[in-house]
Structure formats: C-alpha cells, structure tokens
Ligand binder design. Structure first.
Ligand code: ZN
Ligand code: ZN
Length: 713
C-alpha cells in the first residue's frame, strides 16, 4: 500500500481507517459526520468530495442530520425494487455509503443498511489479493470507471456473444420477409431488406422540433439528426450492417403500407438482433452518448491513500425510468417486443435480454463474466433489482391476463397524436393473439379466450374455466380511467382508447381484473353483445373470432348490449351529508348485518331511490373530468359484470361493475364507471318516513334493475 498521505484529506477524514475490509454481514462505521454542513467544501478533501456527491442524489430537501459514513458488503432490500445483494464474496471491498440512524434496519437479527434514501455508493477499484478469491466458486465483480468519451463496444459485443451462445429464448424470431426496407449503414441508404437479414432496430423520441431529414427518391438519407447517425455507426461497430428505423423505413406517404407495417411491428422488433434505445435527451438531436460527439457524464473518482475510489453511477434503470423516452407511448411496445435491449443513458450503457442484464460500469474478474440463467451474474450489483425491467411477454408461460397490466402500463404514457392510442399498442396486441392462451381484442378491449387453470395450492387442480367471447369481452369492459381525461371522438366511447388517462380494471384501481379464482364464468354475464360495422350490419360478437383479430380500420365502432341496467342521478354534494348509514365499508365486514350511522363526504355521487322512503348514494368515477356533467339528470348504468360476495371471497369480482351511459342522439355513450356492492352503498332514510333503520335490508337500498338492449357508440 502507498504510504499514507493525509495532505488531501481533511482532519476528520484523515482519521478514517480503511485498512480492514468488512467481513460478511459486518457494518463498519467509518466516520460519524453529524450534519451535512460538517463536510468540507467540494475541492478541499478527497473523501468529503465523494460524500458531497452522495448527498447530491435526489430526493433533496430531506433532513441531513446525524449522518455517518458506513461500509458494508451487505445491504437490505430497498423499497419497492426488490434490491438484495448480500453477496460479500463477490464484492471484496464492500460499499461505502452515507447513512442516517433510520436507515439501519434489522434483518434476521443483524443490522443492515436500507439503501433507499441516499442511494449512492462508492468503493475502491483496486484488485485485492487475488489468492483470496482463487478458490471461490464464483467470480467477483468490480466497479470500474466509465470512459465519458467512448462507449466500450468490445464489452457490448461480448454480452451479445454470450447471449447468442447461451440463451435460446433470446434468439431473434424468424420472419424472412420482414422488414420490407432497412437502412444499409455502410451506404447510408434505405434499401430493400435482403431476405433473412440480421438487423438492429432503434427506439428513440421523435421530438417536437422540426426534423428536416428525409429519404431521397434513390433511398439516400439526407440531413440525418445526430442520434440516427450515431445509431448507424454503432450498428456497424457491433458487427451489423442493417438497421430498421420506423421513420425512414416505413414509407410515410403511403398510408396503406404504413398501416400494414404498424400491424407488423411486433414481428419486426422480435426478429431484430438488437434494439438500441436512446434513453436520454428529448429528441433526435441529443445523440447517443459515448458513440459520436455526445459525451457521457463524468464519474466521480478520487485518490485516497494511493487507492482509487469511485462513485458508482446512478443505476441505469433509474435514469431510464426518468427519461423522456420512458414517457412516450410508441416506445412502450418497442421495449416490450425486443428480445435484446441496449439502453444508452447519459452515464452508461445497460444491456437487458430475456435472461439477464448487465451494465458497462461493472466488470467481473475471472469467469464467468456474465452468468446467465443462474441468476448470480452481474445483476447482483448495488441497486440492481432482481428482475428484468421489461417483462417477457412472449414466453410460453406468459399468462394471458398480463394483457391487462400491459394496457395499464402503456396507458400511463403520452402520445403526440391521441389518434395513435390503438396503433402504438398493435404490435403487443398482435403478439398476444399468438400466445398459447391467446388474447384477442375489439378496439383495444382485451378478449381472453382461455386462461391456464386457476392456481389452487390446497385442493385438487381446478378445471380450466371456459370463457365465452361475450363474457371475456365484458371482463375487458370493466376498464376504468383515472381522473384528467379528454375524449378522443375518433374512437368509440366504450373503449379505453378513446380516453386519455391511466387505465385500471374494476373499481379499485387494480391493474388486472380479479379473474383468478373464477371457475363458473357463466354467472358473470348473462346478456348478449352484438357489433355493428360501418355498413350498418349487425352480428353477434361470438362471430368475431372467426373473422380474425386485426380488422384494421374497419373495426366496429358501435356495440349493442343486452344486459341489466339501472337509473341513477349524478349529483354534487358541496357539504358532507349527515344522517346516513352504511352496511360496512370494506369487504372484511361482509358478514355483518348491522348498519352504521355515518356521514357522506362532499363530492360527486350517483344516487337513486330504491324504496320510496330511502335514498341511496354511491361514488362513481367520471372519465371526463374536464366536462361538467349535467348534474341531477338521469343517467343509465349498464351492468357489464355481476359481482357477488362469494366470488369476492374466491378472488373474483365482489362488485357489480357498470358503465355510466349518457344519451347521445338515439344512442348512448360511456362516460364513467360504477362498482356497485352493498358495502359501498350509503343510504339515508327520508326524514318523514320514521323508518326503523335496523329493519332496512340490502334489497331496499340496491337499485332496481331491468333488462334492456342499448346501443353504445
Ligand atoms: Zn473530509
Ligand atoms: Zn440473452
């Protein structure tokens, strides 16, 4: 070791002892800091510089008192991300970190540090005595420093090779005829794609500033923005010749071809050898950091007692999640459908395939560099969640119900053109229609035709439920959108695609309808559904499957539904309403029959008189918060699924899900959703009735249903 020199350390840091590497599960306190103001200003002490950098991590504005500098090889799970990397053998120097007393948690009787609040780490990069690790079964991993100017293509190449060699599921699918055109990166030209060509794909943000790049009649590319140019040179550097980029490879002036290619996007991304994701900047002029002229952020690095200490970069997932790229609607399926993903952030590259993930800041010593399916690869790095970021949607064991989650995730993203709301998900919708348990869709409403047998840990295997197309469609119709939407008139009101807003399912903001425990599907919906096409022809929904899934622009926009309905008034209560009763406000109370006196909070309510002496109230979700509803007018609620208490116990629908309808000419349009169950109803006896509340039964407060057929546009 170099002779200790304290000249570049402040007095307090000079007293820190780094000489003993922490043993397993040991938590060393290196320095009691106190308040953050006790640190030396940046540029005066090497170690204080590192600590100041750690405190610079968001969230800002939290109390920075009582701090200490700690070192450990073991950290505890962070909130929500599933971090866990008690792998001391793999991280020989341990990690240095700032902690507050509240960050130290006890886990199995030992102190661990919860990393969630100040999630920045530093460590030494020098190699410890290799003999110590010679006999270890696993290689250990060292944080390295990332060259700000240059992306390490050799490393990326080795990840790709490892993946090709070892992972059958990551191999590009075979679509010999796709794509139609690609860019030849050697010639800077759009060319007819050679059959079975290996190609990369690019996912990026088109941006809002004018883009004057174009494809000449001869296919030459003119005025390419720097991100595109970098993607072409990276493609060559990684050993490929062709790249597919939607803007240039789809003839934007040919609407028929454009639609056909949009339908094929799932296949194009799945057949791609690698997708490059520009997860930085706000448009195509940012460049791919480290590839061309765009530099990467400089990693903090200091010399302490002659040893190099580096600050670990922010976890790439954090940067990806915070990027403009992540907010865009079109990029959702580009990530979901790709089998190998290379994300370029302003700090470093991050590679994720269907089996593993790795980033260029961290390298392993010895073999295996990258240990694939064993789950013991470089994913065990600080801040590395133990699952891939984008779920594998096309694996055999994918359950069809995941489509609900996909739609929910996708709906949280933004589109420049709301008219793309269905198009930008068509690749995913087409892929799930080819799964073992296929999912079809009608205007984006998923139709699960079959699901695997419900899980039942205790009893015998439950038989696989049989879904009729109509019931499956009605399960899809339990969609809900959260506040702040506007209506897109191009799409039918009965589909979530016509509303801008985050989609959930059923009444309680679930990302999936709770269909797991349901075996008897016939009790869910007993009505009928017809579809009306643009020529006015009406036929039963059951025939829809025979006609294939992708009807393109001829998708029916009008449905006729025969089901139970009930009438409600929508009112606004500006003050809370005293003297009301409820049968219990949550599902744990379902066995109770007692009524409780309570007040209804102010807000919007749906209300009806089920009995001449009682008025009932239930909260409803209006999709269109921008438009003031004509309050106190009568609205119809169409039952899309019947709930029951028994079903709720089994995991299924406890509430009767209904769509709120508003008259629109001769027809109806959907404007909201109500989840009706006896526990969510409040009731108020009329003051003159003198009714004995304890004699009020559930039937007296629930709305009277009648069966009818409505036409919804
Ligand atoms: Zn210091
Ligand atoms: Zn792989």
């Amino acid at each position: 070791m170099a002779s200790p020199s304290v000249s570049n350390l402040c007095l307090d840091c000079g007293a820190v002892d780094f000489s003993t590497t922490p043993s397993r599960d040991e938590l060393q306190v290196l320095r009691e800091i106190g308040p953050s103001s006790a640190l030396s200003p940046t540029g005066t002490c090497e170690l204080c510089d590192i600590m100041n950098w750690m405190l610079d991590a968001p969230p800002n504005g939290i109390a920075r008192d009582n701090l200490s500098l700690i070192r450990s090889t073991s950290f505890e799970a962070g909130k929500g991300e599933g971090y866990d990397y008690r792998q001391p053998d793999r991280w020989p120097h341990g990690f240095i970190k700032i902690a507050r007393p509240s960050d130290i948690v006890e886990h199995w009787g030992r102190p661990y540090h919860d990393i969630s609040d100040i999630p920045r780490f530093a460590t030494f990069t020098d190699s410890p005595n290799p003999d110590r690790f010679k006999k270890k079964r696993w290689a250990y991993c060292m944080p390295g420093t990332v060259n700000p100017g240059r992306l390490d293509c050799t490393a990326i190449h080795s990840w790709l090779q490892y993946c090709s060699r070892s992972h059958d599921h990551c191999k590009p699918s075979s679509h010999p005829e796709l794509p139609i055109r690609v860019i030849d990166c050697m010639m800077d030209k759009v060319v007819q794609a050679p059959k079975n060509s290996h190609y990369t794909t690019l996912s990026y943000v088109w941006g809002t500033s004018p883009d004057d790049s174009e494809v000449s009649d001869g296919g030459s590319l003119i005025n390419l923005p720097v991100t595109i140019r970098d993607a072409l040179s990276l493609t060559i550097a990684l050993g490929y010749r062709y790249i597919w980029i939607d803007r240039y490879c789809i003839d934007q002036k040919n609407p028929a071809e454009k639609l056909a290619q949009i339908q094929q996007m799932g296949d194009i991304y799945q057949a791609s050898s690698l997708t490059i994701f520009a997860a930085c900047g706000t448009g195509p002029r940012h460049g791919l950091p480290g590839v061309g002229e765009t530099p990467r952020q400089i990693q903090i690095k200091r010399e302490i007692y002659g040893r190099e200490m580096v600050g670990l970069l922010d976890h790439p997932r954090k940067l990806i999640r915070g990027s403009v790229w992540m907010q865009r609607g079109w990029t959702y399926q580009e990530a979901m459908l790709s089998r190998r993903r290379l994300f370029l952030t302003d700090q470093q590259a991050y590679f994720e395939c269907r089996h593993d993930f790795v980033r260029d800041e961290i390298y392993g010593l010895g073999e295996p560099l990258y240990s694939g399916d064993s789950g013991l690869g470089l994913r065990m790095a600080p801040g590395a969640p133990n699952q891939s970021m984008f779920k594998d949607m096309t694996f055999e064991w994918s359950t069809s119900t995941q489509i609900f989650r996909y739609i929910s995730d996708y709906s949280r993203r933004q589109l420049t053109f709301e008219s793309d709301r269905l198009f930008a998900l068509l690749g995913v919708l087409n892929v799930v229609s080819e799964l073992k348990y296929p999912v079809f869709h009608l205007q984006g409403i998923p139709i699960i035709t079959s699901t695997p047998a419900p899980r039942n840990c205790w009893g015998p295997q439950v038989p696989r439920p049989v879904w009729s197309i109509t019931t499956a469609f009605m399960v899809g119709m339990t969609w809900n959108v959260e506040a702040g939407m506007r209506r897109n008139q191009e799409f039918p009101s009965w589909s979530w695609i016509s509303w801008a807003g985050a989609v959930s399912w059923g009444g309680n903001g679930h990302s999936e309808p709770r269909i797991d425990g349901i075996t008897d599907t016939s009790a869910l919906f007993s009505g009928s559904v017809w579809i009306e096409d643009s020529s006015g022809r009406i036929r039963g929904l059951e025939t829809y499957r025979d006609e294939g899934n992708t009807l393109g622009l001829s998708l029916p926009r009008i449905i006729h539904v025969e089901s139970e309905t009930y009438e409600v008034n929508l009112i606004h209560l500006s003050n809370s309403l005293e003297g009301c009763y409820t049968f219990g406000d949550n599902h744990y109370r379902y066995h109770e029959s007692g009524q409780r006196l309570c007040a209804i909070p102010a807000g919007d309510w749906a209300t009806w008189e089920a009995d001449s002496t009682i008025r009932s109230y239930i909260s409803f979700n209006s999709f269109d918060v921008g438009t003031t509803l004509a309050m106190a007018k009568s609205y119809k609620v169409l039952v899309v699924l019947c709930g029951s208490q028994e079903r709720q116990m089994m995991g299924g629908f406890g509430a009767t899900e209904g769509k709120v309808l508003r008259m629109s000419g001769e027809n109806y349009e959907v404007i909201g959703h109500i989840s009706l169950s006896v526990h969510s109803v409040y009731f108020k006896p009329s003051e003159t009735s003198g009714i004995d509340v304890s004699r009020v039964t559930r039937d007296m407060v629930l709305p009277k249903m009648k069966r009818e057929r409505v036409c919804i546009v």
